[in-house]
Design a protein around this ligand. Structure first.
Ligand code: URA
Length: 211
């Protein structure tokens, strides 16, 4: 049965790249490159409903009405810091997008999000808003980021992640049932530290080589 709230991109290219990202010995530059590639494949899915309009153009053979993207430039919102790993690839695909950042860190004791930065494009309510964060774990920071974006006027949101835990999907479904999630995989569970299992470890550390 299809779930309108959760799309798992089971394409073989996505799954192959994800497997290599999960491997603990994959070096940082390879991890980063795979993330860039996979982000574009996931972006293809999450942008499926972007509006298009017909524009009159001339091909070398004849005039035609051809589809082009319509509406104000979409907003890509990266949840710092790991979101930036997904952001780069998506931005290559949609270079006209406007970009915002939400800085939240996870209090390791409570696993609750604490905000330290918020800067988003103007007129958020008129734009399609794509929130990017590789790991949907507890869902607390994702739900909090979407709360902030809605307070800033966002109305049409999509959430793009690389891996999701059932707990994170449930949290998002409860807090933001109007926000569809696109991911490459739904893993088994969270461990006691809030890591996704089997997962790939700390996405930020792996993409930035901080450990
Ligand atoms: N954030 C990560 O980077 N990894 C996890 O497994 C969970 C949250």
């Amino acid at each position: 049965m299809t779930d309108p709230h959760l799309t798992i991109v089971r394409h073989p290219l996505v799954q192959h790249k994800l497997t290599h990202m999960r491997m603990q010995d994959t070096p940082t530059p390879v991890f980063r490159q795979l993330l860039r590639e996979i982000s574009q494949l996931l972006a293809y899915e999450v942008t499926r409903e972007m509006p298009v309009t017909a524009r009159r153009i001339e091909t070398p053979l004849c005039p035609m009405d051809a589809p082009v993207l319509d509406g104000p430039e979409p907003a890509l919102i990266s949840i710092l810091r790991a979101g930036n790993g997904l952001l780069d690839g998506v931005l290559e695909l949609i270079p006209q997008a406007r970009v915002g950042f939400v800085g939240l860190y996870r209090d390791e004791a409570t696993l609750r999000p604490v905000q330290y930065y918020f800067k988003v494009p103007e007129n958020l309510g008129d734009r399609m808003v794509f929130v990017v964060d590789p790991m949907l774990a507890t869902g607390n920071s994702s739900a909090a980021a979407v709360d902030l974006l809605k307070q800033a006027g966002a109305r049409s949101l999509r959430f793009l992640c690389l891996l999701a835990a059932p707990e994170g999907v449930a949290r998002m479904r409860e807090a933001h049932p109007d926000v569809p999630i696109v991911t490459a995989a739904l893993d088994d569970r969270l461990d006691e530290r809030g890591y996704i299992v089997p997962g790939l470890g700390d996405a930020g550390d792996r993409m930035f080589g901080t450990k």
